[in-house]
Design a protein around this ligand. Sequence first.
Ligand code: DGP
Length: 226
Amino acid sequence: IHMENNHKSDSRGALIVLEGLDRSGKTLQSRKMISYLEGLSYSVESWRFPNRNTGVGQMISTYLANKSELDDHAIHLLFSANRWEKRSLMENKLRSGTTLIVDRYSFSGVAFSSAKGLNIEWCKAPEMGLLAPDLVLYLDIPPEVICSIIKFVVEVKKAAERGGYGGERYGQLEFQRKVALSYQILHDASWKTIDACLPIEYVEKQLQEAVLDCVTTCQKGKPLSQ
Ligand code: DGP
């Protein structure tokens, strides 16, 4: 009985992160994962960083829309602060048994800022102490492929909803190439790379398997780490 009680109190939700270049399909796949887990009666929430609803998030949003200028180091720290301001809520949710599917996290922070030329170790420092993801799903798709898909869509629709590779600051092919290289040196044991060039349904299936496995492990009491 003692063991069982312990076991129960350690049960928690999983911290699952989706990473990838802009327009790699993270948002769509995150929605699909949420409904999949909800269908299995898991408590699950969809999160994303940057979280533009906070004061810090609004500064980031203004910067991304090219409506303000900030030193590269300063904006890096704001992105990080935006994750820190949600850290305790994140921990509470996970401990109460809710799984979080997070669209971008620390790896975006390091990949995007180091792609600008900032020192990678400097970029990692403010992320230390944030909760470590149980699983990082990297949607792998070459920037050139994303670019040609977007051109195609723009031609067909003439006015794609968000227009171009990215309407925001980081949306250039050359920059996305650098981000892809940065991601390559970041990935660790928690990463699973998914070939996002494959058909959507196939990507979805692979994600479902990985996610279910992760959620089950956390439910069994895998410790939360930083
Ligand atoms: P999104 O809301 O996912 O479209 O992200 C907005 C843009 O900001 C996108 O180009 C990726 C970039 N980004 C996301 N997180 C970070 C971060 O922590 N640091 C930096 N430098 N860029 C980020």
